[in-house]
Structures are given as C-alpha cells and as structure tokens.
Design a protein around this ligand. Sequence first.
Ligand code: TMP
Length: 213
Amino acid sequence: MASGRFITLEGGEGAGKSTHVDLLIESLDAAGITAVKSQEPGGGSAEAEKIRALLVEGDVGRWDPVAEALLHSAARRDHLVNIVWPALELGHWVVSDRFADSTMAYQGYGHGLDRAAIEQLYEITVGDFRPDLTIVLDLPAEEGLKRAGKRGGNEDRYERMGLDFHERLRDGFLDIARREPERCVVIDARPPREQVQAAIRDCVAERLEVEFP
Ligand code: TMP
C-alpha cells in the first residue's frame, strides 16, 4: 500500500519522545525526506483527540483495563485512517510519538490485560500493517516520572499510577523489543539529548538506509 515509512518512538513517561520526534523530523527534512509528526492517542485527528482527553485526564481508576484498551484502539484506528495511512500513500514518512506497543506495555504489562486479547485487538484495529522501525527510549521509571512531573498540566492520569506500574511497563517495553529485534531498537534515554538524538539518527540511517547530511 504505502510508499512512505512509518517510524514509532516508544517508552515510559518522561523519556523525551516528543522532543526526539521533532529532532528526527528536522533531520529527515535535511535529508530530503518529508516527514509528518504524529502522536497517540490523538495525533491531531479531531475525533481521536476527544478520545485522548478521556484517557489522559481524570481519576486513575476511571476505566477498567479492557475499556481503556478499547478506547486506545478506537483512537488508533481513527489516527491511522485519517492521518497515518493518507500521509504514507502520498509518499511521506510518519514519525509517531507512541503507537500500539504502548497498549501492550501499559494495558498489558502495566494493567495485566491478557497478551492474546491485546494481539486480537491489534488485528482488528491495525490489521497486518506494522511500523518499519520502532525506537524504544529506555529510562528508569523513577527518573522518567521525575522528568514528566516537571511538565505540569492536567494530562497526568498515567503519571499518577504509581512506581510499580511504571516499572512493569518499562520491563514490558524491553520485552517487546527483545521479542521483535527486526523491528525494535532500544536506546538509552539517560545521556544528554544530543547524544540520544545522534543514536536515533544512526539507527534510522542503518535500518532504513537514510543518508543524513
Ligand atoms: P503522552 O502523549 O503524553 O505520552 O500521554 C499518553 C498517555 O497514554 C501515556 O501515559 C501512555 C498512555 N497510553 C496507553 O496507556 N496506551 C496506549 O495505547 C497509548 C498510545 C498511550
């Protein structure tokens, strides 16, 4: 179907995904590649943004894990249909701050939802489409929560879920990457931003054969 490439950045809270998506898009642009920034849940699609508000704000316990996974899946479908697939069809690249690995990590490893159920949801929502490359930015949960806390704002429902939850999902992301080494690369998010971004660029250059100037 698509001629563009789909790159996803994943990881726990405060790992710097959004900043690194911006920096990667600048670098791709310098390499002559038009890339679109995206994000889940939401991704700039009007209806998915409404679902985002239901998920990232409010009481920690407002959804049970199944309802939460369904809401993320509904937002994902909307984001794919309205933003990602049309951009790829045009030959643009899409770099997304989170995608389906976040459902496996947060609702699966974090909340204990069954792996098979999440895989089934993936098939219904996404089909056999997969990211060309997934970069997992890895950071100790405690450090990530500290960094995320400095951002402020009211989109902090997940940040309030406790350290144990965040440690489980960090292990979850590492496990996801171990299971799919041909798609996923883990990058240590602790060093200074320039060093992390250089590692991301090297990885994109190698895996997707991009020549950065
Ligand atoms: P963020 O856009 O600031 O990262 O916030 C989105 C939150 O939603 C984040 O805490 C992770 C969470 N999330 C899930 O729990 N499951 C998902 O499938 C996705 C995409 C995000």
